[in-house]
Each structure stands twice: as structure tokens, then as C-alpha cells.
Ligand binder design. Sequence first.
Ligand code: TYM
Length: 343
Amino acid sequence: MTPTNESANSAPQKKRIFSAIQPSGTITLGNYLGALQNWIKLQDDYECIFALADLHTITVRQDPATFRKNTIEAYALLLACGIDPEKSPFFIQSQVHTHAELAWILNCYTQFGELSRMTQFKDKSQKHADNINVGLFAYPSLMAADILLYQADMVPVGADQKQHLELARNIAERFNNAYSPTFTVPDPYIAQSGARIMSLQDPTRKMSKSDENPNGWIAMLDKPDDIMKKFKRAVTDSEGGVYVAEGKDGINNLIGIYCCVTGKTAEQVADEFQGKGYGEFKTAVGEAVIETLRPIQERFDDLMKNKDYLTKCYTESAQKALYLSTKTLRKVMKKIGFLPKEF
Ligand code: TYM
């Protein structure tokens, strides 16, 4: 049987959730609608643990000063989005050493062939052909370590992370079968809406901060005018109707975004814009996104003025994360046969 966070004699505990995001440059509307919005919603009903996955970020070369700035800004932005570190520890991965340690161990339980099949590895090694480092290759076993250290039942992510999640499950099952139940086998939590927000310039590709054309993505900290311009320039089709249909990738994506930020269904949106042109629809999407981001941007500005508070939040969260993850790491090391530490 797989261990869960429920102990036999006590009342059932809340299920545990773990997720993380990389602090690589700007956080996009895709990250927010695909993942962060769900993290915020899940905080009350689950025991949530969140991280900034900065160890993952160095698989691509980083300028040190920019990396530091991106990390603290990403931290503040996620608090501004609504993560409450009192409720849900939200830590910085590199500050909790158990992640790198378990990742090494899991590397020894992950097959070369499995990692070679990861589409993100194939894409990124094409994009960074001059730096196909071992970290880029072994990235999914670090991600598995992140999740398995906390015995997470569920992992809220966008659709692009599904393959990595499946690998984490396989690694957990393999380890459990080789020794005895050790890791909870985590389920992906991929919401129906927002799971795959596409580029505004090429709606067949996911919205990504690594897209060279900045018109393809909305940054969470973009100014209202820029947001509106990007939506007005969004690629659509020549047919003219605002409804979801095959082949209308651009409009389908804009409807998806509009639904996520207004809570409306695709049918309601089609009714609302029946007989209206794309110009009017794009303006409405732009306005809805601007109004969603406005309070987040205001809170972000306030938080960035309060670095002591940010430091306190990530330090206390790292301490909690270290405590929880050490329990799992110790168990794993014992089962493998490492000698116990006597200091
Ligand atoms: P990252 O930093 O690329 O993205 C963070 C989250 O945002 C989601 N996402 C999207 N969702 C919908 N549409 C999009 N266009 C879009 N772009 C990104 C991602 O699916 C993700 O949920 N490897 C992970 C970070 C990570 C992690 C983990 C996640 C490290 N360890 C453990 C979960 C559990 C990553 O690079 O996500």
C-alpha cells in the first residue's frame, strides 16, 4: 500500500499538495492561469507546500545579478498573487539542501532512456545547442525529488508538465517496489481551463517567457497599455466569429483566457460576442486581464518595498520544508543501506 498523509489513528488529514515554479525571468499569464491561480484556490482545502525552483533555473546559463533579482521578484509576485506563507510554506529550493541530495539518489533509479524521451529536454537542447548540460537532462529527477520529499498526493501544474509528473510517479513506484512503500505516488492536478495558454502570436505553441517575440506573451508585470497592445495584435483568423471551433486556434486561446479571468463559460462568451467583431472582443479580453492583474501589481510594488518581510517568509518556509523533507530523505537513505549519521 502506498503511504499517505493519513495516519491510522487520527482524523483524516488534508491531502498534501506540492508545486513549484522557476524564477527564470518574467512570470507569464500562462503560468498564472495554468498553475498559480489553482495554487491559490487550493490553499484552504489542502495542505499546500510551494517552492521557487531556482536549482532548475541554472540548467540554462544565468547572469548572477539578474538571477538574484528575478528570484526575489518572483517570490514577491507569488505572494502578491495570493500565496499565504503562514498557511502554505513557500520556500526557495536552493535553500533546502535535501532537494539536491534526493535528486542524486533518484538519478540512480531513473533510466537514461526515460530521460531521453522527455519532450522538454528535446526542445530545450535544440534551443540551447551550445549548452546541453547534464542538469538539463536530469532535470526531471530533481523535479521528482521536489515532489516525493513532501509525500505530495497531488501536484497542480499546466499540461506541459504532465510528462515530468508521469516520470515522478514511475520513479516513486519503482523505489517502493524495490524496497517497501516509501513515497506517496502523486497525482497530477491539471485544471480543465487554463492548462495550456498559447502564444498570442503563434497559438499553436504554448505561451512561454522564452519566446523571442514579446508580443506572444503577457508578463504579470506588464503595464496596462502594453497588455492592451499585445491583445490587439493577437493573431486570429479571417472568419470573424467569436466561438470555439477547430482551426480557430487564436480565438480559442483568447476565449480560454477570457473564461479564466472572468469565470464565464465558452458558451456565455459566444453569446456575449455574437455579431460583434474581433476588435471588440480583443479589447474586452485586454481589459479583463488588466483588471485581474492590477491588484496583483499593486501588492507586488508594496511587497518589494518590504524586503525584511520577504526574507522572513522564505526563511521560515525553508525551515519548515527542511524539517518535512529530512524525514523522507532519512527514510530513503536507511532503506538503501547508507550508514546512519552519528553526529
Ligand atoms: P515553469 O516554471 O515552466 O512553469 C510553472 C507552472 O506554469 C505552468 N505553465 C503553463 N500553464 C498553462 N499555459 C502555459 N502556457 C504555461 N506555461 C507554464 C507549468 O505547467 C507549471 O505548472 N519544472 C517546472 C517547475 C517545477 C515543478 C517542480 C513543478 C520544479 N519542480 C515540482 C511541479 C512540481 C517548471 O519549469 O515550470
